[in-house]
Design a protein around this ligand. Structure first.
Ligand code: G6P
Ligand code: ZN
Length: 543
């Protein structure tokens, strides 16, 4: 077999976003696009000669083809070994676990997460480092820099590898091992949680629906919930991963997981509902008739994590992304532990987890996780909820009610304006920036602005500085609105407006979130001129 040295030239648009590089699938399929990016990753991390990598993805369209390209290129670049999930399948948290467990030099994860899949939809690729987490900004910058001056990539003239059969083969001197994608992950979950208690819950007649949304968590959820914990067959719905996710949008929120929401609000609703996204790192939690916001979920998990064996000793600290509600901060204050506020993007939790300063982390974007891996983890969150429900014997609604009665409630909602022209979105953000000096003290309806600034983060572990991480406007009432441009969209700009208010009055803890936030919503439009800038009179998605 010969190593092929192929001349290439930089291709525009290979700057990684919040979570690796995401593009339309057809863009990834253009000649040299994938190859340039893969070679830039290899060069950006100092080469892969003699190194070991985990490779797998969420099974979306082009997953298997791209893996074959990656394996040939890894071999040509002198990698020692690639460990690949059977069928090219690995959930993002399972890949993170394998990187850590097998102590590899990192991994390549193929996914565009919750974005739809298919030849006309989205594809993505990201590199995770030896700690199992998404590459930090320093590494990401090096990868990007390489995409702008790349002139050569390497491959071998080898045929495709059979990804469907477990075992070890070789490609141009590099070992390829195909492993079961589920078993190591299931074993890790068994170590963390009280499987006997959860199995007991199911034995007692507790009912659940888990919506895998035709995405990667199907096989994981069937194995863990149905086979190991004894939940009845059929507990997991949409359990077979499909290249186009059944034409759906594998994003676990009340809008896209409406099939599950209908079940949970219908007659004979089960006790508990949950869903995960395309690559298995996000989660949605819903009780009978009760949706739990990700911010509330993080707070409830932080308050009760000690009920699961792995966290029985308490939490070192908690961390949330800036736009996530402050609900978890109140739990941390009550427990006397640190609460960190980081920019959006799971990669910012990595240092805190590695340094042992945070045990639980979470984001408003439906991500929750802990120090067991270096990614957010959808099924882990579902299992922690189940563990807590099993030990407390409470329903989701009672657990939420008790939580708000103890800590107060952070009403929370996110309004998204999607596919806005980039110039118009930037104009909205610039308009806000120009008001930083004048806003404090101003009245907007019944509210008064107390603060207005743009969030910047100084990492307490490595001292790195990240600026421009979202515009936040605080009100004297304790409410706030945050404006941010999405870093994961593939079309135009998505403006995210995060709305939050804090309530302690016991008679006002069970109101509708949109109603409770109406003053903040009106203030957000008055200050930012959302309608004027976007030409839209309502958000596209409300979560
Ligand atoms: C990905 C990252 C998350 C992040 C989210 C934000 O899912 O893994 O850590 O919170 O993107 O997406 P956005 O579209 O708001 O930039
Ligand atoms: Zn995801």
């Amino acid at each position: 077999m010969t190593v092929l040295t192929i001349s290439t030239q930089p291709i525009e648009g290979q700057k990684p976003g919040t979570s690796g590089l995401r593009k339309k699938t057809r863009v990834f399929m253009e000649p040299g696009f994938l190859e340039n990016y893969v070679q830039s990753i290899f060069d950006g991390i100092g080469g892969v000669k003699g190194k070991t990598l985990i490779v797998g993805g969420d099974g979306r369209y082009f997953n298997d083809t791209a893996i074959q390209v990656i394996l040939r290129m890894a071999a040509a670049n002198g990698a020692a070994k690639c460990t690949v999930g059977r069928g090219g399948i690995l959930s993002t948290p399972a890949a993170s676990n394998l990187i850590r467990k097998l102590k590899t030099d990192g991994g390549l994860i193929l996914s565009a997460s919750h974005n739809p899949g298919g030849i006309d939809e989205d594809f993505g690729l990201k590199y995770n480092g030896p700690n199992g987490g998404p590459a930090n900004e320093g590494v990401t910058d090096k990868i990007y820099a390489r995409t702008t001056d790349i002139d050569t990539y390497y491959s071998v003239d080898a045929g495709d590898i059979d990804l469907g059969t477990l075992g070890t083969t070789e490609i141009a001197g590099m070992t390829v091992e195909i492993i079961d994608p589920v078993s190591d992950y299931a074993a890790l979950m068994n170590q963390i949680f009280d499987f006997d208690a959860i199995a007991g819950l199911f034995k007692s007649g507790f009912t659940m629906k888990f919506d895998a949304m035709h995405a990667v968590t199907g096989p994981y959820a069937v194995e863990i919930l149905e086979n190991q914990l004894g939940a009845p067959k059929g507990t997991v719905m949409n359990a077979t991963p499909l290249p186009d996710f059944g034409g759906g949008h594998p994003d676990p929120n009340p809008i896209w997981a409406h099939e599950l929401m209908d079940i949970m609000t219908g007659e004979n609703a089960p006790d508990f509902g949950a869903a995960s996204d395309g690559d298995g790192d996000r989660n949605m939690i819903v009780g009978r008739g009760q949706y739990v916001t990700p911010s509330d979920s993080l707070a409830v998990l932080a308050a009760n994590a000690h009920l699961a064996p792995a966290y029985a000793g308490g939490l070192a600290g908690v961390a949330r992304s800036m736009p996530t509600s402050a609900a978890v901060d109140r739990v941390a204050a009550a427990k006397g532990i640190d609460a960190f506020e980081t920019p959006t993007g799971w990669k910012f939790f990595g240092n805190l987890l590695d340094a042992g300063r945070a045990t639980l982390c979470g984001e408003e974007s439906a991500g929750t996780g802990s120090n067991h891996v270096r990614e957010k983890d959808g099924l882990w969150a579902v299992l922690l909820w189940l563990n807590i429900l099993a030990v407390t014997g409470k329903s989701v609604a009672d657990l939420m009610s008790d939580h708000w009665a103890e800590y107060g409630r952070n009403y929370y909602s996110r309004h998204d304006y999607e596919a806005v022209e980039t110039d118009r979105a930037n104009a909205l953000m610039d308009g806000l920036r120009s008001q930083f000096a004048s806003l404090p003290g101003q009245s907007v309806g019944p509210l008064t602005v107390s603060t207005a600034d743009e969030f910047a983060y100084d990492d307490p572990v490595d001292g790195s500085h990240s600026a421009g991480q979202g515009i936040r406007i605080g009100f004297t009432s304790g409410g706030r609105v945050v404006f941010r441009l999405s870093g994961t969209g593939t079309q135009g700009a998505t403006i995210r407006v995060y709305l939050e208010s804090y309530e302690t009055d016991p008679s006002a803890l069970h109101n509708d979130a949109q109603a409770a936030l109406s003053d903040i919503i009106a203030a957000a439009d008055a200050i930012a001129g959302i309608t004027t800038h976007t030409g839209r009179d309502a958000p596209d998605v409300i979560t």
